[in-house]
Write a protein that binds this ligand. Structure first.
Ligand code: SF4
Length: 381
């Protein structure tokens, strides 16, 4: 476990929340967990409010609804950190806002930059919890990989985050803010986002979807839905829900093995979501959306790169609309898992392609930094 400060979570009834509904995560039906340490006394975190809540808050201050839109623009589009920067608001209103509200946001804990331009960040939220995100520039594009949870409960054996356990879900604003922070650091708008950092996005489904909508919205960062990809380890009910979402967001599934026994071992968190159920849900997803999902497959020497594994992967994917992304494993210090040889990776690619399965080998970015998810946080922890 890292050294992040402990989170104190109190469960309160929905009626009692009032202004304390600052950053709230749904827990059980009818209950909301208010993260009490985020509560700057009586101050409302404006980043954690959606549009309607912001309009209501401004109304409480006696302000018309267009003021909410102005404040929203400053927060979402210009990512300002101080009410003083909101220059189209009167001084009196800025003072009132400083008294009653905060701007939340993230602060930088650590940044590493790779020779290839990839930047990896450890960002800290108001309660001291930190997460990782990565910015990957190429020509005139900037791709950002963000976290959806602090830590992760899925326990994948090859993952640094999985080893550190779960801390808490991130709010939509906290997911959004990572992208805004990275874009600002590069001085370039984010052109694509992958929700593939720390955490299982579909275990934080509602917040993740809200963040994706915010990233997509012209009132937010205006990133095209087809350039926003969410990656799940394979939570079947949520995949089914996702296939009903109206936006054209993209879906990636971390497969890593198409053999049930091995997948159970490598990814214990998705044991109850069998490959058969996953296959059915993905068929349904493709049927409904007509979109091509990606299967991520981290190649691990002697573990999931045998001929038996290849046959299982072909059986799982052939004849379906999909894309297989073979990944050179980012080796963790001290881990028994090593990346497969180039020959093995090439063989997988060649044979899958021969079976009509669209396959690529993902270019590794940031090899010279702690680029695997969870590594940077672990090193600091
Ligand atoms: S690989 Fe993803 S789902 Fe698995 S433990 Fe790591 S963060 Fe969680």
């Amino acid at each position: 476990m890292g050294t992040d400060s402990t989170i104190e979570v109190t469960t309160v009834s929905r009626e009692n929340i009032g202004e304390d509904k600052l950053r709230a995560d749904e827990t059980h039906e009818g209950e909301v967990a208010a993260v009490s340490h985020v509560r700057t006394p009586q101050k409302v975190n404006l980043r954690a409010l959606d549009h309607d809540e912001l309009v209501a808050f401004m109304a409480e201050l006696g302000e018309p609804s267009f003021r909410a839109k102005q404040v929203e623009d400053w927060i979402l589009k210009k990512n300002v950190r101080s009410f003083d920067d909101m220059t189209n608001l009167s001084k009196a209103l800025r003072a009132k806002l400083s008294e009653r509200a905060s701007l939340g946001g993230v602060t930088l804990a650590t940044k590493q930059e790779s020779e290839d331009g990839t930047r990896k960040y450890l960002l800290k939220f108001a309660d001291g919890v930190s997460v990782e995100c990565v910015g990957m520039p190429s020509k005139d594009r900037l791709s950002v990989c963000v976290s959806t949870q602090a830590g992760c409960a899925m326990g994948c054996l090859f993952c640094a985050t999985g080893k550190s356990g779960f801390k808490r879900n991130l709010t939509p604003a906290e997911i959004y803010d990572q992208v805004a922070f990275v874009a600002e650091d590069f001085g370039h708008r984010a052109t694509s986002v992958v929700l593939m950092g720390q955490g299982e996005p579909f275990a934080n489904y509602d917040n993740t979807l809200e963040a994706m909508r915010l990233l997509n919205s012209p009132d937010g960062l205006g990133i095209g839905a087809r350039h926003i990809t969410v990656s799940t380890s394979g939570l079947v009910p949520q995949i089914r829900s996702f296939s009903h979402e109206p936006e054209q967001f993209c879906l990636a599934v971390s497969l890593h093995s198409a053999r049930q026994e091995l997948r159970n071992e490598l990814m214990p968190g998705v044991r109850k979501h069998s490959l058969k159920r996953l296959h059915d849900a993905m068929a349904d997803y493709v049927n409904r959306t007509k979109r091509r999902p990606t299967y991520e497959y981290a190649m691990i020497a002697g573990v999931n790169d045998t001929e038996e594994d290849l046959t299982a992967l072909i059986d799982f994917t052939k004849g379906t609309l999909c894309h297989v992304n073979l990944i050179r494993l980012n080796e963790l210090p001290g881990s028994r898992f090593k990346t497969s040889s180039e020959e093995k990776i090439e063989r997988f690619k060649k044979v899958l392609t021969a079976y009509g399965v669209e396959t690529t080998v993902r270019e590794s970015r940031g090899n010279d930094i702690d680029a695997a998810c969870g590594q940077l946080r672990q090193r600091r922890g």
